[in-house]
Design a binder for this molecule. Structure first.
Ligand SMILES: [Zn+2]
Length: 253
């Protein structure tokens, strides 16, 4: 999935073409008069500071979007933070002039936006963890990564990879790293990707360098490919077609 449109922020005049989370056909348009914003008390107090500049202003905002697809018209609530962006532009009559834009950075969408393709056959438990990840993506990248790790656990369970081993008569959990290694050889190409998702997911749960939205996008790229290979087998189907064409040395009837 092309995730360029999820690069933030938006302005009242320009909302990126976010795909509708329900139909995936339309995109989200700002419903007129629903965008409200208010400057925070901290921001108001800062006006007294001698070095104050207008770009210190901080808002909170909320608004409602509606799907542009007339057959869908899903509504999505959104809230987050805003700031003022000042920029200079050249005016033909008056030379350089200054203008400003209110820029809004969403933290939450309800229902959450869909941020990666999930194959139809993907187990519902894994899909639920991914939806949870999408809900947290804008507010907390680390927590969003944690959910992708949980999605991988659910996929492994769906593929029959054991979660526990018996050791001295006691049930011991098998960790995610070992579970990925237990995948049958036909998934060898995907092990590396799933391990990368695991490492990125770990970064979401531990202290240290905080993961950012870029890390989550990388994780979605890796998972999107892995899930498509596991549950749609596109690569496998194409390989089979190529094999048949090569055997026939021409088009298939
Ligand atoms: Zn829609």
């Amino acid at each position: 999935m092309d995730r360029t449109s999820f690069h933030l922020p938006f302005t009242e005049q320009h909302v990126p073409k976010w795909p509708c989370p329900k139909c995936g056909v339309g995109h989200l348009a700002l419903v007129p008069k629903t965008l409200v914003h208010k400057e925070t008390p901290e921001s108001l107090r800062e006006h007294e500071h001698e070095a104050w500049e207008p770009d210190w202003i901080r808002y909170v905002f909320s608004c409602v979007f509606e799907c542009t697809n007339a057959d869908c018209k899903e509504v999505v609530a959104c809230c987050g933070e805003g700031r003022v962006d000042f920029f200079e532009y050249e005016d033909e009559e008056h030379g350089w002039a200054q203008s400003s834009d209110d820029r809004f950075t969403p933290k939450y969408f309800n229902p959450p936006l869909v941020l990666m393709d999930i194959p139809k056959n993907c187990p519902p438990e894994a899909a639920a963890h991914l939806t949870e990840s999408f809900a947290l993506f804008f507010a907390d990248p680390g927590a969003a990564l944690n959910c992708t790790r949980a999605a991988v656990e659910a996929v492994l369970t769906n593929l029959g990879i054991k979660r526990f081993v018996l050791s001295n008569g006691k049930r011991r959990p098998v960790n995610l790293h070992q579970r990925i290694q237990l995948l049958p050889p036909k998934y060898d190409d995907l092990k590396e990707m799933l391990l990368a998702v695991k490492w990125l997911g770990n970064a979401g749960s531990h202290d240290g360098d905080k993961p950012n939205a870029g890390d989550v996008r990388t994780t979605y790229d890796l998972l999107e490919h892995a899930l498509s290979e596991i549950y749609e087998a596109k690569g496998k189907k194409l390989k089979a077609i190529a094999k048949k064409v090569n055997k026939k040395k021409g088009p298939l009837k």
